[in-house]
Ligand binder design. Sequence first.
Ligand code: CP
Length: 321
Amino acid sequence: MLFSTLGLSCFWCHNLEFKGRDIVSIEDFIQTEINHILDVAKSMEPLAKGGSELLKGKILATLFFEPSTRTRLSFESAMLKLGGNVIGFAEPDASSTRKGENLADTVRTVENYADVIALRHSLEGSAKLAAEFSKVPIINAGTGSEEHPTQALIDLYTMRKESGKIDGLKVALVGDLRYGRTVHSLAYALALYSVELYLVSPETLRMRKDVLATIKSKIPVTENANLEKIMPQIDVLYVTRIQKERFPDAAEYAKVKGAYRIDLKTIEKAKKDLIILHPLPRVDEIAPEVDNTPQARYFQQVWNGIVVRMALLSLVLGAVE
Ligand code: CP
């Protein structure tokens, strides 16, 4: 048990069980568990810079059926920084899926080669299905438009690190709230805290009804908010890309393409300590001129992906309690 060597407090950790656990949905977690993951992530900062042998001998399989830069590479980097090894594929055509093998059989094969699997898939419910068949922990690395729970943990970690807290924040989610999976997981996660949420999107890209129903029962949510009006009040501006690849037809995408863009004028009346986040990749929804403002934190968010994923791998593999 490496808890004390990492300098973590163990006041209530005996009630928390992460070893062998799947990370499928952020809805599977209570606030205490999320806070613990964020604490462990913080303890990973020096290890991310200096390296470690915490997961020596362990193998991560990254099964990515959809494109990724950050999630796949940061999972792989996290494992390598912890002294473990990585196998996997970055596109379905590089696997036997091409020959007709289904996901259940793929997972029942790869569990023989790896101690933990990070899975990205276009189908909603695929991480849940994989977890039902796998003997090793499944980490959902993004499922269709459904969820991206590890990104939500990164987003929370960034808010806590950059704003010093999560409770009390006023957060605006801007952009594609319908097809964007990160905002679904993040909304579920924020609903576990005392947060006020503002939803800003084109009419056809409003937040999914199932997500809305859950979060509105827990926290104040303002739908269809006017960004200009709320700008002077908000603490976090979370911007997302329009998910072109998820639209059923090109004409629908064309109607909303370029519907919003954050530039220097947009944030003119923002609080000085506003933070601007984006899960990335970005297309044109944040102007490059914003990158050099003190509010822009989306590239710090990328670094935080490493420590949060180091924490998750260490927890589910039982190297940290
Ligand atoms: N944030 C995120 O999921 O990025 P990638 O699609 O590059 O993994």
